[in-house]
Design a protein around this ligand. Sequence first.
Ligand code: ZN
Length: 306
Amino acid sequence: MRLKRRLVTLTITGILASTLSISPAFADGIPNYPGSAALQTGAENSAVKKMQAALIELGYDIPVSNGKYGPATTRAVSKFYFENGDIDDGTSVGPLGWNEIFIALDEQRAVNKSEKEYEEATKEEVVAQLNPEQVATVIPEEQRGKQPARGASSKTLPYKMPVAGQISAVYNQKGRRWAGRRHDGIDIRAPRGTVIKAVVEGKVTFAGWQKAYGRLIILEHADGTTSWYAHMSKRVAKKGDVLMPGDTIGLVGASGHTTGSHLHFETHNANGEKTNPVTWLQSRVWKVEPATDPAAETPVTESATN
Ligand SMILES: [Zn+2]
């Protein structure tokens, strides 16, 4: 039973590996499996050392990659299997487990690289979390809920988007490709693997696959509203996680019904009815200019320190 389950995992990760061929670690390929005798408790060799280094980079508790397959390595391997849906005592690593470890390492490196690029792209932004009373004073009435221009860069918008990219479809846009002939979210086009970040604190109440949405994560917020992140290539957050602004939700992809790589972002009110995502964002995550002179603070900047 256990072996069978591992085989299923291999098939999935094998497909994943073939579609992720552009990422850096795969350029060198997964290291060759050294054989089962080399990878069991008590063994000592360079393959164990390589695997230990990978597990350490993945955050597992091995004090040093010394090439000795001892108790700490055994525990780390067991924990790696457990976190990937398998029960195993960790006393040996087969070819499939070996591949899983290095695929996980590659995925983590891709996330880190993308996060670095995201920080670089958005480092000038200061974001104020508004409270409802502030909304009225900050957002001119004629601007409230107004859709951005199609083709606009998310960077040019005065409110923060969950991903950096180009607006490719707006809320309520007409089109035959959408159920109900209306688009019920906002689409931000970005390359596969681009990091999607939470902009408002929320708890992950759904992390899975949902028909047209593909890989989907739903966050529930303190006021009962929810925000939906669809078509991802990878989910990073897990069900039950509480995400703060800036925490990673997942990576942009093209899963589910979609014509290309983008984030479909939609919002629902506490009754589960779809709402205008622009209004939702505007009333929560207003971008402000970084204060250059503390004596010349604008009212918005002051509100950010409350
Ligand atoms: Zn969409």
